[in-house]
Design a protein around this ligand. Sequence first.
Ligand SMILES: CC/C=C\C/C=C\C/C=C\C/C=C\C/C=C\C/C=C\C=C\C(=O)SCCNC(=O)CCNC(=O)[C@H](O)C(C)(C)COP(=O)(O)OP(=O)(O)OC[C@H]1O[C@@H](n2cnc3c(N)ncnc32)[C@H](O)[C@@H]1OP(=O)(O)O
Ligand code: NDP
Length: 292
Amino acid sequence: MQMPEDVGTDDCLTSYTHIYSPDLLKDQVAFITGGGSGIGLRIAEIFMRHGCHTAIASRNLDKLKEAANKLSAVTGRRCLPLCIDVRQPESIAAAVDDTLKEMGRIDILINNAAGNFLCPAASLSFNAFKTVLEIDTMGTFNTSKVVYEKWFKDHGGNIVNISATLGYKGQALQVHAGSAKAANDAMTKHLAVEWGPSGVRVNTVAPGPISGTEGFRRLGGPRGEAAGTFQSIPLQRAGNKTEMAHCTLFLASRASSYVTGAILVADGGSWLTSANDVSMLLGIASSNSAKL
Ligand SMILES: CC/C=C\C/C=C\C/C=C\C/C=C\C/C=C\C/C=C\C=C\C(=O)SCCNC(=O)CCNC(=O)[C@H](O)C(C)(C)COP(=O)(O)OP(=O)(O)OC[C@H]1O[C@@H](n2cnc3c(N)ncnc32)[C@H](O)[C@@H]1OP(=O)(O)O
Ligand SMILES: NC(=O)C1=CN([C@@H]2O[C@H](COP(=O)(O)OP(=O)(O)OC[C@H]3O[C@@H](n4cnc5c(N)ncnc54)[C@H](OP(=O)(O)O)[C@@H]3O)[C@@H](O)[C@H]2O)C=CC1
């Protein structure tokens, strides 16, 4: 299937056509977890192309520094690389302090950091299940709470969580990630209710399979073996990172000023049909050297 023309190719760093006003996020500041790779990196880039400054935060500082230099060179906006582990609230607190010191404010928080791999429930160790919940669910809560306490409580703000539709109907080899993302979808609604009176909106983008990402490689196979299953997706293709960034931009901006507690499903209709070919998934898991 052809890409819609105004979405362009997925290689934004070389060419990009605006859909929204280029000033949509002018002089705002976004704190993006997992902003050094994949979907998070594309969100940072698209936000910066709309006038935003960013802080990109994850565990690998070298990767973040390289990404930040590239992003600033292309967009002319500031990008602050920060080392955090979303499982460690103290590391988040230090990074949020640095962001406020360097940039003076935080308008937007994107909870994008996550960990995932294919593994049958019966083979999954207790620690593996706990690790994914700690990164995806505790990580989202930890970061939201720190940013709320340090800034949003008094100034308002916008939180967008990146979920996944893979658990909406149940998916083989994904009990850990599906459970974590389901908890996050509930968290979106609870925090929207509790923090709405402080001027904080909390929403979620729920992607399906997104090409050119680590998540796609891990779950779709290094050579895209799972691509055959695209026939089960109503739009007959994977999504791309730019499409996810545009959905995130909508929810993070004044374009969605009366939206809170919403889950924007951005998966080409995948979850309505859902592919669950267990033997194919087991093949991908073993080629990923998973511990089965
Ligand atoms: C929606 C789909 C609908 C329809 C589909 C239709 C068509 C499909 C077509 C194609 C499919 C294509 C794409 C897939 C679709 C959707 C993707 C959906 C969601 C994607 C979600 C993501 O999160 S992607 C993010 C991916 N990126 C990462 O994971 C990077 C970060 N990851 C990590 O850091 C690690 O992998 C980690 C998560 C394990 C954490 O690392 P660390 O803290 O260092 O932990 P460890 O000490 O290494 O390990 C902790 C325990 O976990 C065990 N472990 C680790 N790896 C595995 C594995 N591979 N298998 C099993 N167990 C593992 C490890 O052994 C430790 O446990 P112990 O008991 O040994 O201590
Ligand atoms: N790709 C896909 O098809 C889909 C992805 N998603 C969601 O999109 C988001 C991005 O995934 P994707 O771009 O594929 O994958 P990536 O692996 O590129 O992104 C995950 C990011 O999270 C960071 N991260 C992982 N663990 C931690 C941690 N403990 N503390 C801080 N940062 C951490 C990683 O950086 P570092 O290693 O430097 O810490 C990395 O930048 C995730 O929330 C994922 O669940 C949802 C559905 C489909």
